[in-house]
Design a protein around this ligand. Structure first.
Ligand code: SF4
Length: 319
């Protein structure tokens, strides 16, 4: 049986503005299996990054988790205090951000920053810490590791910076890596190298990966399971092969149709725009853009329901 290492249960989250409260996540639930990659997919603003940041309790000041749990090693880590959470963050659950410069301090060498992480999370110092740092750099295939540790972030290319962040996760034996659009800022060749590296880490170290992406091509090559998000709701969940062979939700189908294909020079686009946070849409949030919208869709919210073994979808067409 596959072990669930992390369970996100019914997270409801909203933002407080001066005069209103806007809900951004609705009962978001998913689990991460040991040594597997779950891809959280959707357009910008659908709530995928906010869902991931909820796990680390790194949500903006104006945001509030109204209800829900994040269970890691049997404990709801949303109840942890700041010190306990900083031990988990970076040590057990590592974040690879879209822009590595948000994690690297330009004023310190990359080596000093990696050593600090090793000191804090592995309790190693001096030569032992240095050896660990070199080993981590070698594992992420940064050539001439010893010399490179003395470089400042600006002396690294985008791909090298991302490798250095991944080295930090490796040096701490992180059990989970949250990779938030980790290759968006990189060119295609480097993108493939970074994804290959993450895949190797998953396979060799049994690390679990939560991959946040809008790119379904990346999902098909790198994920084991998929959860599609739309406007704060998870609308479809399935193992990756089932998702691509038996896509159910109209939004997932529309996303797939908008993928570049060899068959046609023209790309399909999804009509309209995802709703803004302050836009009130009754019923299924996708209904204004859905080609299959029925009267019921404008009044009631479809629940995420089991439609086949390991396959869930939130659409009235399945009723
Ligand atoms: Fe479309 Fe209705 Fe299904 Fe929503 S519930 S995706 S509007 S058919």
């Amino acid at each position: 049986m596959v072990e669930n290492i992390l369970e996100v249960k019914n997270i409801n989250l909203g933002f407080q503005s001066e005069d209103n409260f806007y809900q951004a996540l609705y009962d978001v639930s998913f689990s991460l299996s040991k040594g597997k990659t779950l891809a959280l997919v959707g357009e910008s603003g659908c709530g995928k990054t906010m869902s991931a940041m909820s796990i680390l309790n790194l949500i903006p000041k104006s945001a509030k988790i109204i209800s829900g749990e994040v269970v890691f090693h049997g404990e709801n880590i949303l109840n942890k205090n700041r010190k306990e959470m900083s031990h988990i963050r970076g040590g057990k659950i590592a974040l690879i951000p879209q822009d590595p410069m948000t994690s690297l301090n330009p004023l310190y060498t990359v080596g000093d920053q990696l050593l600090e992480v090793i000191n804090i999370h592995q309790n190693l110092y001096g030569d032992e810490a240095w050896s660990k740092a070199i080993e981590a750099f070698e594992q992420v295939q940064i050539p001439d590791a010893k010399a490179r540790l003395k470089n400042y972030p600006h002396e690294f290319s985008g791909g090298m910076k991302q490798r250095a962040i991944i080295a930090m996760a490796l040096a701490c034996n992180a059990e989970i890596i949250i990779a938030d659009e980790p290759t968006t800022a990189l060119d295609v060749t480097i993108q493939a190298q970074i994804m290959k590296l993450l895949k190797e880490i998953k396979e060799n170290n049994h690390t679990s990966i939560l991959l946040i992406t809008h790119d379904l091509a990346l999902v098909s090559e790198n994920a084991d399971e998929v959860a599609v998000m739309y406007s704060g709701h998870i609308v479809e969940k399935a193992p990756v092969a089932m998702f691509f062979s038996n896509t159910n939700h109209p939004y997932s189908k529309a996303l797939l149709k908008s993928l570049p294909s060899n068959k046609s020079d023209m790309l399909d686009t999804i009509k309209g725009q995802p709703p803004a946070l302050n836009q009130i849409i009754n019923g299924c949030k996708f209904h204004p853009r859905c080609n299959f919208c029925m009267d019921k869709c404008m009044q009631e919210v479809p629940e995420l329901a089991v439609i086949a073994q390991n396959h869930q979808s939130a659409c009235f067409l399945n009723n």
